[in-house]
Design a protein around this ligand. Structure first.
Ligand SMILES: Cc1ncc(COP(=O)(O)O)c(C=O)c1O
Length: 463
């Protein structure tokens, strides 16, 4: 689509969409009487829909993906050049962009060593789960096979990723699930009053110790992996409490459990460091990433491990089963790493990590000003340009506002030409957090426009 189509073309496109396209996460009944939205073009922080209406995108492509913004010709050129040279070969062989990007990536991840390419966040997480299982079979007679996951976290859409999914509404109706996944409690301090025994002080250490209790109850000899988001995204933008991650690392070391950090959202700059875990001075065993790796210019995901994990798949070459017997067809597409190389260069060239920190501080301050004005904002949470505002009926009881009101705020902002996000159909009764993840190129003017839209929407919806 080059923007030159006339009105007749676009009405045909809308009709074809209405007739044949099954939109993600969407109930289609309303499209019988209203037009589905089609996004036609993007530039910087802005997108245009089929009616030519401009929207400021405060969620980087809806799901925190387009970190470097729309319309990047240098990425398009890098992908084009690579496709003409070599578009694809199966990942059992290497590629030039795969090799270059791996080197660049590992330089940003001290302590990590090996990059396994695939093409979605779900797939990368499944690979991590498979590694834990294979290690359990090879080294622990199959016993150390359980994988712990956390209440409110999300790791992907496949049945096994949902088995590791801490969002009951998202999981509902898709069971039965894969065996061997065990849930641990969330670490949202704002809602600690709902957790039995949560202390006034040192909540982070307490929340991590709750995980240790589960490990002990299950039997440490049965637990092989712990999979966590560094900052929980779709479960309500949950920033970890002080002391949490340090204690998690200690627990994993003590019980010989692989720490798998799901950086699908936080990876590649979203929180102002290359990876979310890097705020906490800890070292993971496995890291998965997808969305921001190439900002959506090409599909790419990676599972990155330490050399120690990698070694477990090669240290017994006499055993014909002792290697990672896994493939991802499209993990061999070269467009992904070609786009990822240029994406990373843009973040460095334009100093976008610093901008993310600066604009994150600015936007957090602006949300806190809104909190002073609108009693419905119970809590503001943020790390870099990854922000959430939890809406409550009453600041004392912290009773969540109804999801339909959250959606009304999102809809009002959309009317004003600003796309914001919200937790949706994820957590029973607790889809009450507005989510913001503007591209890392956001300016104060962009943020002021987002804040003005939210201010107006809250005023109208909660008048
Ligand atoms: C934290 C997290 N992990 C994994 C995924 C799954 O990624 P994908 O949709 O690319 O499979 C998502 C998607 O939203 C996510 O937010």
């Amino acid at each position: 689509m080059d923007g030159t189509f006339n009105e007749n073309d676009i009405s045909r496109i809308v009709e074809a969409d209405r007739a044949h396209v099954w939109h993600h996460l969407s109930q289609h009944k309303p499209y019988e009487t209203t037009d589905p939205r089609i996004i036609v073009e993007g530039k910087g922080m802005r997108v245009w829909d089929q009616n030519g209406k401009e929207h400021l995108d405060a969620v980087s492509g809806g799901v925190w993906t387009v970190n470097v913004g729309y319309g990047r010709e240098s990425i398009a050129n890098a992908v084009r050049d690579q496709l003409i040279k070599l578009n694809y070969f199966a990942g059992s062989a290497g590629s030039i962009p795969g090799s270059v990007f791996s080197q660049m990536l590992i330089e940003k991840m001290p302590g990590m060593s090996r990059v396994y390419f695939c093409n979605s966040g779900s797939e990368a997480n499944e690979k991590g789960f498979k590694m834990v299982r294979q290690i359990a079979h090879k080294r622990f007679g199959g016993k150390k096979h359980k994988i712990l996951y956390r209440d409110r976290d999300y790791h992907g859409t496949t049945i096994t990723c949902l088995s590791a999914g801490g969002q009951d509404e998202r999981n509902a109706q898709y069971g039965p699930f894969t065996d061997g996944f065990v849930r641990v409690p969330h670490c949202l301090e704002y809602r600690k009053h709902e957790q039995d025994g949560a202390p006034d002080e040192n909540y982070g250490v307490w929340a991590a110790n709750e995980i240790e209790k589960i490990i002990l109850a299950e039997g440490p000899e049965t637990v092989g992996g712990l999979c966590l988001e560094p900052v929980t995204a779709g479960g309500g933008v949950i920033t970890p409490p002080d002391g949490y991650w340090e204690r998690i690392r200690e627990i994993c070391d003590q019980y010989d459990i692989l720490l798998h950090i799901d950086e699908v959202v936080c990876g590649l700059g979203r929180t102002g460091t290359w990876f979310g875990y890097q705020h906490y001075g800890i070292k993971p065993d496995m890291v998965t990433m997808a969305k921001g790796v190439a900002s959506g210019y090409a599909a790419i995901a990676c599972l990155v491990t330490t050399e120690k994990v990698f070694d477990m798949f090669k240290d017994d070459a006499a055993d014909p089963m002792n290697y990672f017997r896994d493939i991802s067809t499209f993990g061999g597409c070269t467009a992904g790493p070609a786009a990822a190389i240029e994406n990373m260069k843009i973040i460095e060239r334009e100093n976008l990590l610093q901008n993310t920190i600066d604009m994150g501080v600015y936007m957090t301050g602006k949300l806190e000003e809104l909190q002073d004005k609108h009693p419905v904002i119970g809590h503001v949470r943020s790390k870099g340009l990854f922000l959430g505002a939890e809406l409550v009926e009453d600041r004392e009881t912290k009773a969540p506002v109804a999801e339909r009101l959250i959606q009304a705020v999102v809809g009002d902002c959309m009317q004003q030409g600003v796309v914001i996000g919200a937790t949706n159909r994820s957590l029973p009764g607790k889809n009450n957090t507005l989510c913001f993840s503007p591209a890392l190129i956001a300016t104060k003017d962009d943020i002021n426009q987002i804040i003005a839209a939210v201010d107006g929407a809250l005023g109208r919806v909660f008048a």
